[in-house]
Design a protein around this ligand. Structure first.
Ligand SMILES: O=C(O)C1=C[C@@H](OP(=O)(O)O)[C@@H](O)[C@H](O)C1
Ligand SMILES: C=C(OP(=O)(O)O)C(=O)O
Length: 430
């Protein structure tokens, strides 16, 4: 793929689709399935590039993982059976793989080197390196061990009692993974709740983990046992079609089996606050995760303010929420989202650049954006910054643009949504 010309259609989107499996849950299913004893079957796995990095890392450490379609069969033999990889582990674009694997590898009796693509090589690793070093871990790498590539000489770690200084599920998960085989208790406290898939899945695999308010405690008194995992649809992928239906007149879409864990559903609350016509039905649960169908129809939107505790529950959706805000009457303010600056690219700058190039009124701020709506979008030449979420936001924006949008590169979309254009074609043609 590469550059793509996107013709404005303004056609309503109609029909029903099932979005791909959740990226966060897919990573964790591979990790815990590989650490557990027994056979774990993972269904509706997301085979995007990021999750395949996690699969390949465990294959290189001796775990047998077979993939047939979207089903993985993982034959785990326990943490102690992981073998030292004889070559560096490549994590591509995946922040989740890098942070969670750092947590795991720092306490194993192995020497490993990990590296990533140019984007991942700029992202901060000291946010996990600092607490892991307090636990006794030893790393070396660029910028004093805060940037990839990193080398890790695993050691026996000690438990820690740590309050997260950043709103990050990746940091929380890295410490919990280290805590699974550290001496004593490991406690992580978060002031603002972040996605809790690690906690849910560890419980399903039989770990000794308890949650008390905002504090999670794990010990090494456990042997993880295999558990089958059904991966619900990714609400972060569904977000692009929720947005499209919300802003294109005449649209009505149903997205089936979407994950509805309340640490992830901020976009639904925001859409409701903006007057979107959105309904949830067929709610079910499995493996500690809630999922169900979402139906959304176009309706006139109004602005809102997005700040505080809701931010981690929609952090990856902010670029597409910014597009929705350009089509809402009034001023939408997004605050407390400084974490966007350390994603695949600076997503505050990238989203503001994309939408401003298309004629919207978007002011980037230090921790968010101010968007004045409603503005018609023009065409133009736009940049994805090699960021999958910016690229997909550009494609959805092009659906309502007056003229052609020329997007520099669409290859990053395969990171989290390999079938994105097929799903879009499916709902466009109905
Ligand atoms: O734990 C996870 O699976 C993720 C956590 C979030 O990152 P942070 O922990 O950096 O906020 C999110 O942006 C990322 O897409 C996936
Ligand atoms: C930030 C993201 O992922 P990661 O941190 O795993 O690269 C994302 O998918 O939007």
């Amino acid at each position: 793929m590469g550059e793509m010309k996107l013709q404005a259609t303004q056609n309503p989107l109609k029909g029903e689709i099932e979005v791909p499996g959740d990226k966060s849950i897919s990573h964790r299913a591979v990790i815990f399935g590989s650490l557990a004893k027994g056979t774990t079957k993972v269904t509706h796995f997301l085979d995007g590039e990021d999750c395949m990095r996690t699969v390949n890392a465990f294959k290189k450490m001796g775990v047998s993982i077979e993939k047939q379609g979207l089903t993985l069969t993982i034959n785990g033999n326990g943490i102690e059976a992981l073998t030292e990889p004889i070559e560096p582990l490549y994590f591509g674009n995946s922040g989740t793989t890098a942070r969670l694997m750092l947590g795991l590898l720092s306490g194993l009796p192995l020497f490993t080197t990990i590296y990533g693509d140019p984007s991942l090589s700029k992202r901060p690793m000291d946010r996990v390196g600092i607490p892991l070093s307090i636990m006794g871990a030893s790393f070396d790498g660029r910028e004093g061990g805060s940037l990839l590539p990193l080398s890790i000489r695993g050691k026996t770690l000690n438990g820690i009692n740590y309050t997260l200084p950043v709103k990050s599920a990746q940091v929380k998960s890295a410490i919990l993974l280290a805590g699974l085989h550290a001496d004593g208790e490991t406690k992580v406290t978060e002031n603002t709740p972040t996605r809790n898939h690690t906690e849910n899945m560890l419980k399903a695999f039989g770990a000794d983990l308890t949650t008390d308010g905002h504090t999670i405690t794990v010990t090494n008194k456990n042997t993880l046992s295999a558990a089958d995992v059904y991966v619900p649809g990714d609400i972060s992928s569904a977000a692009f079609f929720l947005a499209a239906a919300a802003i294109i007149p005449g649209s009505k879409l149903t997205l089936k089996n979407v994950g509805l864990n309340e640490t992830r559903t901020g976009i639904i609350d925001v859409l409701r606050a903006m007057n979107a016509d959105i309904q949830i039905h067929n709610e079910q649960s499995g493996g500690g995760e809630l999922f169900g169908d979402i139906t959304i129809a176009h309706r006139k939107l109004r602005s809102t303010t997005i700040e505080g505790e809701i931010i981690p529950s929609l952090i990856d959706e902010i670029p597409i929420i910014a597009l929705i805000a350009t089509q809402a009457e009034g001023t939408t303010i997004i605050r407390d989202a400084e974490e966007l600056k350390v994603k695949e690219t600076d997503r505050i700058a990238a989203a503001a650049d994309l939408l401003s190039t298309l004629g919207a009124s978007v002011e980037p701020t230090d921790d968010g954006m101010i968007i004045h709506g409603k503005t018609d979008l023009t065409g133009g030449k736009v940049a994805s910054y090699n960021d999958h979420r910016i690229a997909m936001s550009a494609v959805i924006a092009s659906l309502i643009a007056k003229d052609e949008v020329l997007l520099d590169d669409v290859s990053s979309i395969a990171i989290s949504y390999p079938g994105f254009f097929d799903d879009l074609a499916e709902i466009k043609s109905k």
